[in-house]
Design a protein around this ligand. Structure first.
Ligand code: PGA
Length: 257
């Protein structure tokens, strides 16, 4: 049985560690006039922590939403260097990336840590965008589906049926990130259908309300194809999101007929 229709398309620009605070402010200012009409979609940018406050001030009162790239799972305490959900919420953050493959790889984030972070985000009324995706070797050896299915189940452990509609998933095959080698739209649709089936198995009807984004070398030249691909509810954009023209073009993409 189908659940309620999913929320609007979601497009997030992940600015990674590309920009200082002043550069991020300049990019936000550049971007806003290029995004006049976002009525039917949600668009957000995720600056580095050091730029959240300044970029948040610029976005206030505009349709462009603020996202963060990470958070810690505890609410408060002796955790040097970490940033709590409440700290993000106070700055007007709406979405938070969780479990990006660059953090899994360079900072050894595990599925258990990702699950804790996702739950901590929900406690503070932040919407977690949980990132999953297989390595090249897993795809080549036919293990991509199993790998992603298990990442989804582990990352969402402990989340209730009532909460899950506030979660988004981003399917980002690791070999497609930052390589200019985007996945084939048909393969993306196949993986999104598998993720959807897993969500329904875990959560029943509310699993139909979770948005599933694609990420990995999304660009102005391939965005229309991805937005038109079956089962794609939005995109997570890295490199192209730090070019104002490119990101605006991506954010304004119209699904082809
Ligand atoms: P990319 O990064 O668009 O530069 O491939 C995507 C991501 O890491 O979210």
């Amino acid at each position: 049985m189908m659940g309620a229709p999913r929320a609007a398309r979601l497009i997030i620009g992940n600015w990674k560690m590309y920009l200082t605070a002043s550069e991020a402010v300049a990019l936000a200012r550049d971007l806003l006039p290029r995004l006049p009409d976002l009525a039917d979609r949600e668009v957000a940018v995720a600056p580095p922590f050091t730029a959240l406050s300044a970029v948040g001030a610029i976005l206030e009162g505009t349709p462009l939403r603020l996202a963060a790239q990470d958070l810690f799972w505890e609410d408060q305490g002796p955790y040097t260097g970490e940033v709590s959900p409440a700290m993000l919420q106070e700055l007007g953050v709406a979405y938070v990336l969780v479990g990006h493959s660059e953090r899994r790889r360079h900072l050894s984030e595990t599925d258990l840590m990702v699950a804790r972070k996702a739950k901590a985000a929900l406690r503070a009324d932040l919407k977690p965008v949980v990132c999953v995706g297989e390595e090249e070797g897993a795809r080549e050896s036919g293990r991509a589906h199993g790998k992603v299915r298990s990442q989804v189940a582990r990352a969402l452990e402990g989340i209730s049926r009532g909460e899950v509609s506030n979660v988004a998933l981003a399917y980002e095959p690791i070999w497609a990130i930052g390589t200019g080698k985007a996945a084939a739209p048909a393969d993306v649709s196949e993986m999104h259908a598998l993720i959807r089936a897993e969500l329904r198995r875990l959560f029943g009807d509310p699993g139909s309300e979770v948005r599933i984004l694609y990420g990995g070398s999304v660009s102005p030249s391939n965005i229309d194809t991805f937005m038109g691909a079956a089962g794609v509810d939005g995109v997570l954009v890295g490199g192209a999101s730090v070019q104002a023209d490119d990101f605006a073009r991506i954010a304004r993409s119209r699904q082809p007929a």
